[in-house]
Design a protein around this ligand. Structure first.
Ligand code: GUN
Length: 293
């Protein structure tokens, strides 16, 4: 049993936000442009609304301008694409995101591809993802980017280590595997990207020095799947109904924290782990959009 270091995204994100706020102050002093982030929110899904509101609040905290474009869930794809075009052409907006998931009648890929790559602060556009693959400075997808910043902050060794990623989504697992294999720190890992069709998953996760879990299943990773001394990063976030809580729910990750933590050298909790880092990275990308202009 080990006493793990808790990888606190809350703490690291606060530090990142303080640094951004200082830069914004300098920008303002020097008569530069105040970074302006916009978000398109379609419909009123509870989790998406919470996330977008948190993003807007984070903008206020660091001194950015923000704009929230709220659209009805019945909006047609054509009209949504017009809204995207408006933001592409809006000179005061430096970067923007379209909160996912979108209603079923809308093609998410088509909307993502309509975003001007120079404003793609989520890093989901094919141009951004292609640049990431080629090591060309660009907008890195916020969640994987946030995880690399956490590893850096805690000086977690990565070179030559075996990093196992569970989940191959376009926005987390796949880009995460690319970043961990890059020739830089954090990086230089031997990476195994696992997914729903992987056979003998436990045999593979038991070899992981760094285990990054983005499978979208509550408490999927159990103690028997983790090597002693591993670093475990939990990307999952699930609202589980709980009437003993004031909110009516409690949050769980993709990792069974209580049983896995005693085996780890480092572990990120849920909440307070990866989540806050995603927002901090979005702010960093927005600042980068201003700088790249
Ligand atoms: N839905 C879940 N995570 C994200 C994210 O990072 N960006 C956007 N746009 N939508 C999301």
């Amino acid at each position: 049993m080990i006493n793990p270091t808790i990888v606190s995204g809350k703490e690291v994100s606060n530090k990142v936000k303080e640094e951004i706020a200082l830069e914004v102050e300098q920008l303002k002093k020097n008569g530069g442009k105040v970074p302006h982030l916009a978000a398109i929110l379609v419909g009123n899904d509870g989790a998406s609304t919470t996330y977008v509101n948190a993003k807007v609040k984070a903008c206020e905290k660091v001194g950015f301008e923000s704009t929230l474009v709220q659209l009805d869930s019945t909006i047609s794809q054509e009209l949504l694409l017009e809204e995207v075009e408006k933001l592409n052409n809006n000179k005061v907006i430096d970067g923007y995101i379209v909160q996912l998931p979108l209603p079923k009648h809308i093609d998410e890929q088509k909307v993502t591809e309509a975003i001007d790559p120079s404003k793609d602060v989520d890093g989901f556009h094919p141009v951004s993802l292609g640049k990431m693959l080629l090591d060309i400075p660009s907008f890195l997808p916020a969640t994987p980017y946030g995880i690399t910043e956490m590893l850096k902050h805690y000086n977690i060794p990565t070179e030559g280590k075996h990093c196992v990623v569970i989940g191959r989504s376009h926005i987390v697992g796949s880009p995460m595997s690319v970043l961990m294999a890059r020739n830089s720190y954090p990086g230089n890992c031997t990476v195994t990207l696992t997914h729903s069709r992987t056979q003998n998953l436990k045999e593979i996760t038991l070899q992981a020095d760094i285990l990054i879990v983005a499978i979208g299943k509550p408490e999927f990773v159990t103690a028997d799947m983790v090597k002693e001394g591993a670093t475990v990063i939990d990307v999952g976030i699930h609202r589980i109904e709980d009437n003993t809580k004031k909110s009516g729910y409690r949050l769980l990750g993709d990792v069974n924290f209580a049983e896995v933590a005693p085996k780890c050298a480092f572990i990120s909790p849920v909440p307070g782990g990866v989540g806050p880092m995603t927002i901090a990275s979005l702010l960093k990308n927005t600042l980068l959009a201003v700088k790249l202009k």
